[in-house]
Ligand binder design. Structure first.
Ligand code: BTN
Length: 264
């Protein structure tokens, strides 16, 4: 199977109404999120997707570097929902739910969601989501949803020792490469269907599904949040997307921003 992404083959079979109808593809960019922002400023409509074979300055949350070698699925989607800035986190849930169900449905992997933006298989990260937005006052003008799936590269020969400890790839998990066009198509179709559902029916049904794949709920966790280290039990994720933690002194705390790791 060719690991080279074929944009025509991808668009031919795409069954979405909006997502990916405008597709920009490049062999290499700095970051697809930055490229999507530039295109949006030039008038690109909602549903525009940009994708690259490699990123030279791929970004993760908290400004971290996102390693983006050839073979991965690196793309960003432009959305223009009527949301307040604090609600855009819901788009991250919707995207990670779509990725989780895609990996389960296509490859039979036991993919799980991890608060707030990760998709894990066997405890290792296989997909991350980065949402960025442009706002005017209390209104979101556009949200850029960047999605990275570690797909067709071998972790052993590609990742640093540090990365190997907490991340993996589809190729390593499955022992073979996957068809990137199919992966991307199914993922985008799911994202669109969840997005339309979210706009018409609200966030609850997305969140409930997302939680059904969240095995960290009920476990002891450690959360780094805005310079603080919190330890406790992950009780829930509430309708604002906040993690509800029972701290060791018995008090309950809602955490809006942070990084969660399981405590064994
Ligand atoms: C994270 O887990 O910290 C988020 C990672 C998001 C990576 C994707 S790859 C496509 C898009 N472009 C970027 O620069 N980042 C996102």
């Amino acid at each position: 199977m060719s690991a080279k992404f074929n944009p025509e083959k991808f668009q031919e079979g795409l069954k979405t109404k909006l997502f990916g109808k405008y597709l920009f593809f490049s062999r290499e960019v700095a970051s697809t999120n930055d490229w999507a922002k530039e295109l949006e400023a030039l008038g690109a409509p909602e549903g525009t997707v940009v994708m690259a074979e490699t990123q030279t300055a791929g970004r993760g949350r908290f400004g971290r570097r996102w390693f983006s070698p050839k073979g991965g699925l690196w793309f960003s989607l432009i959305l223009k929902p009527m949301l307040r800035p604090e609600e855009t986190v819901k788009l991250v849930f919707l995207a990670s739910l779509a990725a989780t169900e895609t990996l389960r449905g296509l490859y039979g992997l036991k993919a799980e969601t991890k608060w707030p933006n990760d998709v894990l298989v066997d405890g290792r990260k296989v997909c991350g989501i980065l949402s960025e937005m442009k706002t005017t006052g209390e209104r979101v003008e556009c949200a850029i949803i960047g999605v990275g799936v570690n797909a067709n590269f071998d972790v052993e020969s590609t990742f640093s020792q540090e990365l190997k400890a907490y991340a993996t790839s589809l190729q390593t998990l499955l022992g073979k490469q996957v068809a990137l066009e199919e992966l991307f198509r199914v993922l985008l179709e799911k994202m669109e269907s969840f997005y339309m559902g979210f706009l018409t029916e609200g966030f609850t049904q997305i969140l409930e599904k997302w939680k059904s794949y969240a095995s960290f709920l009920g476990s002891k966790v450690e959360v780094s949040s805005e310079g603080e280290k919190l330890e406790g039990t992950a009780l829930d994720v509430d309708r604002d997307g906040a993690l509800v933690l029972r701290l060791e002194d018995g008090s309950v705390r809602r955490v809006f921003v942070g990084e969660l790791s399981l405590k064994y």
